[in-house]
Design a protein around this ligand. Structure first.
Ligand code: B16
Ligand code: MG
Length: 209
């Protein structure tokens, strides 16, 4: 293996909690029921597809224009929360583990559905740190489509069979498998049937290098 491609939200940083708070606010203003279980279904899913899941509980149809406004409202709330991020918000063990992986000669990349990836990486002190960043800004199809990971491999000039993908979401594991990557699952994805290698802590990656 020559590289690791990391999902961002739920793997490197816990922005999933911020997504939850922002969607919760939008849903409650619309009198729509929303909870953490529904939020788990939004992991790795694009913003507009997430909104469609949130609106499953609405008692009326929303027009495309209304949906656009709600998605923007959610993102505005989310960005205010993101502004609080600091390098101290990287998940425990991430900094040391990435350094070790690098030292062993592996390339490292990001493969995230989020259009806010550049801002999040900047807040975490990871601007220009990764060898490649593929995110919601350079893809047409979000996870479970493999596009975001295939683009990351292409940027690294590597074949998917040379790359691990590290994911917390079932949609992300599906995307990795569809792209013929080796899928490592952490958090909710550790117990997913399609995951090749489950890990319980980020530093468990050191056992693979
Ligand atoms: P944005 P990941 C994903 O990030 C999140 O898991 C998902 O909940 C979110 O809807 C998606 O990014 C889009 O995010 O609204 O910032 O473009 O897990 O692929 O790093
Ligand atoms: Mg994720």
């Amino acid at each position: 293996m020559k590289a690791f491609i990391f999902d961002l939200d739920g793997v490197i940083v816990g922005t999933d909690e911020y997504h939850y708070l922002a969607w919760k606010q939008v849903a409650s203003e619309e009198n729509i029921y929303f909870d953490k279980k529904i939020n788990d279904r939004l992991r790795g899913v694009s913003r507009m597809e997430s909104l469609d899941i949130v609106l499953e509980r609405a008692d009326r149809e929303y027009t495309p224009e209304e949906k656009q406004i709600l998605a923007e409202k959610k993102n505005d709330i989310y960005k205010i929360l993101l502004a609080n991020l600091t390098p101290g918000d990287r998940f425990e063990g991430v900094t040391e583990t990435l350094e070790e992986i690098r030292k062993k000669g592996y390339k490292i990349a990001i493969g995230s559905s989020s259009k806010n990836t550049p801002f999040i990486l900047e807040r975490l002190g990871y601007r220009n740190y990764f060898d490649a960043v593929s995110d919601g800004n350079n893809i047409k199809h979000s996870k479970p489509d493999p596009e975001v990971f295939l683009k990351a491999a292409e940027m690294l000039q590597l074949d998917p069979s040379d790359c691990y993908v590290v994911e917390d979401a079932e949609s992300g594991i599906d995307a990795a498998k569809a792209g013929k990557f080796t899928a490592i699952g952490i958090g909710p994805a550790a117990g997913y049937v399609k995951t090749d290698i489950p890990i319980s802590h980020f530093s468990d990656l050191l056992k693979l290098i």
